[in-house]
Each structure stands twice: as C-alpha cells, then as structure tokens.
Design a protein around this ligand. Structure first.
Ligand code: PXG
Length: 292
C-alpha cells in the first residue's frame, strides 16, 4: 500500500488519486492551495493556514464543501493513515468539474485534495552558509489584477521567476512589484536587518501573507527587535546588514549574496541566527496535535 491521499471525502492510494481533465483547477488554474508542515506530531499554525485558504476561497467565490473543523479532521486523519509525525502537507481546493467554458457556475462541486508526504529538508549548508539570490526580471502579480495574497493555482509568474534562478544557478530569487519595490521571493517572504531594525515589505506591495513571516514578526517583537513593514528597493537589500527568507519549507534561511553583492560581511548574521533558533523552537512546541 502506498501513500494515502485524501480526495473528496475518501482516502485513496496515491496511484488512484486522480482528478478529471474537466476540473477547472487544471483547465484554468481555478483553485487554491496551501503548503503546511507538521513537526514532532503537531501541525504548525493550522488555523492560520485554514484562514488564508478560506479567505482566498471567499475572494474567488468558491464554496469549500467542508467546514474548517471538518477540514482539520480530514487532514489529521490523512496524517494518521500515513503514520506521519513530521510532514509536508499540500492542501488543494479546485473549482471542480465543469465544461470547457470559463463559467464556474458549471462546476457544481469543488474538489478537496490533501496530500501528506515526508518532508525533503533543505541542505544544511543553506542554513550554515546562506543562500545566493538574484533579482528576477519576472515581476510579481500586480495586485490590481490579482491579489497576490490569494494562494491560487496560478503560479506561472513565480514559476517563470524560478526558472530564472535555476538558470543563474541559485536556489531563490527576489521578485519585484510592477513599480520596482521588493515584494518577496518565488516561494518565500524576505526580511532585511538594517541599523538593528528588522524590515519586511508590507502586504500592499503584492506578496503572500506568509504564515512564517507572521510568526517571525511576532518572535522578533517578543525579543525586543524593532520591526516594521516598509517598502524598499534592491539597493536597500544590497546595503542591508543581514537578509533572510521565510517560508514553510525554508523556515528561516539566511541570504548572503544578492545579485553578486555580499550582504553585510557575506555571512549569516546574528539577528538571523537568533530568529531562526526562536522559530525552530516554536515549531517544536506550537501546533495542532495529530495524535490526541
Ligand atoms: N511567498 C510565496 C509566493 C509563497 O508561495 C511564501 C511566500 C511563504 O509563505 P508561508 O506561509 O509558507 O510562510 C509562499 C509559500 C515550495 C513552495 O515548494 C513554497 C510555497 C508555495 C509553493 C511551493 O517551495 N511557499
């Protein structure tokens, strides 16, 4: 028996976890997703992930056929079926099966998919030595066209940007807003440390309201680190003392070179280290228990 996948109310073997070619998630990217992690038998910040998912669904006028409580139960059941305590979780809600036209009224029932997998950790050297980044030429979604806070199944510009990073031989890249402010990275939020202050772009620039971003802001404030949400451009990144990225997969990871410029002394800095340690401690203690 392979991995068990939750698909529309049932647990099915991964080989049988298939959706229709008429699903509008496939035909139009009409749907939403979440990437969540479980640590040490607990799902990290599940209510926050569900709030983001359900708020995105509200924005798309997509009625998720499960309540948040039912979704939580479905997720925990899937983790238990796979006997996982540490996991990467992918929740997907699609508009469901319709006809070949755009009209979502032709899709009577959204689909819910929950995949739980063992997590492929980032190489230890990313944390020890830090990442090299480039600034991508592909811009982040203009929030005037599509709210970047909606974690939709349309990730094409992030994918195009990701290809630029691969071409450049680096693991992540900065994406700018259409007016040239630093928005975030292809799958991570970005922070700077300058003059002892922590700075991250505000959500109105057009980035994802990252769950890790929010946790790091809370941890920084608890540690007495002055923190603010401010617009900045790449030149402020180059002259920062420290730079780091946050995301469910990456957690808190230092960035030490951006577009060929060393950030600070080109080594992971003390504020980054402090916040990484605080975040790792939080992941071990906080969360929804899988096995009550
Ligand atoms: N920005 C974007 C655009 C994201 O997609 C984050 C920031 C970080 O948010 P959280 O809530 O995780 O702190 C994300 C989410 C991957 C991958 O495989 C990562 C995301 C999405 C899809 C795939 O690295 N990250």
């Amino acid at each position: 028996m392979g991995l068990q996948v939750y698909l529309d109310g049932r647990l099915v073997d991964q080989q049988d976890a298939k959706v229709s070619v008429f699903d509008h998630g496939l035909l139009y990217g009409d749907g939403l997703f979440e990437g969540i992690r479980a640590y040490n038998g607990r799902v990290f910040r599940l209510p926050q992930h569900l709030d983001r998912l359900y708020n995105g669904a509200k924005a798309l006028r997509l009625d998720i056929p499960l309540s948040k409580e039912e979704m939580t139960e479905a997720l925990l059941q899937t983790l238990r079926a796979n006997e996982l305590t540490d996991a990467y979780i992918r929740m997907v809600v699609t508009r469901g099966v319709g006809d070949l036209g755009l009209d979502p009224r032709k899709c009577p029932k959204p689909s819910v998919i929950i995949i739980t997998a063992s997590i492929a950790l980032y190489p230890e050297e990313f944390y020890e030595h830090g990442l090299r980044l480039i600034t991508c030429s592909t811009r982040r979604n203009d929030p005037a066209a599509l709210d970047a806070g909606i974690k939709s199944l349309n990730y094409l510009n992030n994918i195009l940007a990701k290809m630029e990073t691969t071409e450049a031989g680096v693991p992540e890249g900065i994406m700018l807003s259409t007016d040239g402010y630093v928005a975030e990275c292809t799958g991570d939020n970005i922070f700077l440390v300058a003059d002892g202050r922590l700075i991250t772009p505000p959500l109105h620039v057009g980035n994802l309201a990252g769950i890790t971003r929010e946790a790091v802001i809370e941890l920084a404030r608890e540690q007495g680190i002055e923190t603010s949400e401010e617009l900045f451009r790449t030149k402020e990144v180059y002259s920062a003392d420290e730079c780091f990225l946050t995301g469910t997969a990456a957690e808190v990871v230092p960035a030490v070179v951006v577009d060929g410029r060393a950030i600070g002394d080109g080594k992971p800095g003390p504020v980054t280290k402090t916040l990484r340690e605080a975040f790792v401690a939080l992941t071990q203690s906080d969360g929804t228990p899988i096995y009550p």
